[in-house]
Design a protein around this ligand. Structure first.
Ligand SMILES: Cc1ncc(COP(=O)(O)O)c(C=O)c1O
Length: 451
């Protein structure tokens, strides 16, 4: 989706294109077009899948009375009722965390966590480059430098072996991102953090219920951050959360997200500490609480279907499912796989995606090499950043983007389908596999065609 679509618009487009495909397929009577069934849909054949993938986000009428109760009560803001606190207790319990703080978004959850873990102006945070841009932005908001470790092409997540060489005397934290809900190799990351006395903020914004060696993602580092934005598996339009095992740290997060007010163990009087307003509203909390069971059930469905896809797509030459760390369970915010054009008669990844999408299976690239887009050039050219780092450091930093060979490969070869598609039946999974097989069978013709 490098050129045209963001991940979020990809998710919306995937849902919308289903309707168009259903219409398209309905118009093709099976008797007239049966002979074309084997031709790629992009070249005029019949799509393998009829479309009609689940819409996202989903609403349930049964949730409405509780939400209306909040609006009718007039107690909308966090401080005027208990619903946000109730959500926090429930979410902490769901993930096996000691405490949770609800926030306005995943981005604000990350900003609050970095602040509380003492990431300050002029510090550096080592982060995974293959992520939604908010991971970079949260670090920049602390006037700190996002320093990119490389991605491991086999896992798409941060390669622990590339972390230590990026550590300087300014490094304060590591921010692994469990991208698409796939756990990072947390043992190795935690060991490096311990050795160098660095904090770990898990960006688990796409990893609700993902597990690494029996622990939920978000509970392993010092703090873990989640997003409940509209595209997410548990959405409330906007929203976020921080979880942790330290009551003191979460109380500090609470103070910082609530204008610096004293909270629990974080005692003080008057304006004793800094803070902003990053609060969740009561209505968001009520919408989220009512989705706990749905999240648990749907996570199992996505897992079963993703396992089935991995077992079968891996048999198609040129398609490589992603490797997960040992003893870990992903939750598949997107289902990614690696594509090797050489095994498809040189069919480019974008043409491959177009051809598979035409078969009724919307898919595409996800993140590109965003560090070349300009936001980091803008940051390092700013007055503040020039005051905080030497010209030599900023030049070396900018030059280091060229060294991200693993991430370049990940961006150039990763294709994904969206999470809503994993909620469909096993026969739909068979058709996803069939669509890719069909495109491979016709890859020579597709590579030559001007489509
Ligand atoms: C990996 C990652 N980090 C951070 C965020 C930021 O979350 P939000 O959009 O709720 O601010 C997102 C949201 O898409 C994300 O996917």
């Amino acid at each position: 989706m490098k050129n045209s679509l963001t991940r979020r618009s990809f998710i919306r487009t995937a849902a919308a294109s289903s309707a168009a495909l259903a219409w398209f397929s309905a118009r093709r009577s099976s008797s007239v077009f049966a002979a074309e069934a084997d031709k790629p849909a992009l070249l005029g054949g019949t799509p393998v899948h009829k479309g009609g993938w689940a819409k996202w986000p989903q609403w349930r009428e049964a949730w409405e009375p509780e939400v209306l109760k909040v609006f009718r009560s007039g107690r909308w803001f966090r401080g005027s009722d208990e619903r946000v606190s109730e959500f926090e207790r429930g979410y902490a319990q769901l993930l096996g965390a000691k405490k949770c703080l609800a926030t306005a978004s995943g981005t604000t959850a990350l900003i609050v966590s970095l602040h509380v873990l003492d990431v300050d102006a002029g510090d550096e945070v080592i982060v995974s480059p293959y992520t939604f841009i908010a991971s970079y932005n949260a670090i920049l908001s602390c006037k700190a430098l996002p320093v990119f470790a490389d991605s491991d092409p086999a896992t798409l997540t941060i390669d622990p072996a590339s972390i230590e060489s990026r550590i300087t005397e300014r490094t304060r934290a590591i921010m692994p991102v469990h991208i698409f809900g796939m756990p990072c190799e947390m043992d190795a990351i935690s060991a490096i953090a311990r050795k160098h006395k660095l904090a770990v903020v898990e960006d688990a914004c796409q990893a609700w219920l993902a597990e690494y060696k029996g622990r939920k993602c978000g509970t392993i580092g010092d703090l873990g951050c989640f997003s409940f934005q509209e595209s997410k598996h548990i959405p409330s339009g906007e929203g976020g959360a921080i979880i942790g095992m330290s009551e003191e740290l979460i109380d500090k997060c609470n103070s910082f997200h609530n204008c610096g007010r004293a909270v629990g163990t974080n005692k003080g009087s008057g304006s004793f500490t800094r803070g902003n307003n990053y609060r969740m509203t009561q209505a968001q909390a009520v919408i989220l609480m009512q989705q706990f069971d749905k999240l648990v059930k749907e996570t199992e469905i996505r897992r079963a279907n993703a396992d089935y896809l991995s077992a079968n797509l891996g048999k198609i030459p040129g398609i490589t499912p992603v490797r997960l760390p040992e003893n870990s369970r992903a939750v598949w915010h997107l289902y990614p796989f690696r594509y090797d054009a050489a095994q498809f008669n040189g069919l480019s990844l974008d043409k491959f995606s177009k051809a598979v999408s035409a078969e009724g299976v919307p898919c595409g690239r996800v993140y590109h090499e965003q560090y070349f887009d300009g936001l980091l050039d803008e940051a390092i050219a700013s007055r503040g950043f020039k005051r905080l780092w030497s010209a030599e450091r900023l030049k070396a930093y900018r030059d280091s983007f060229q060294e991200l060979k693993g991430n370049k490969q990940v961006c150039a070869t990763t294709v994904a389908v969206t999470q809503n598609m994993l909620l469909a039946d096993r026969s739909d999974m068979d058709q996803i596999i069939e669509a890719i097989r069909k495109v491979q069978a016709h890859s020579a013709a597709l590579a030559k065609a001007a489509v």
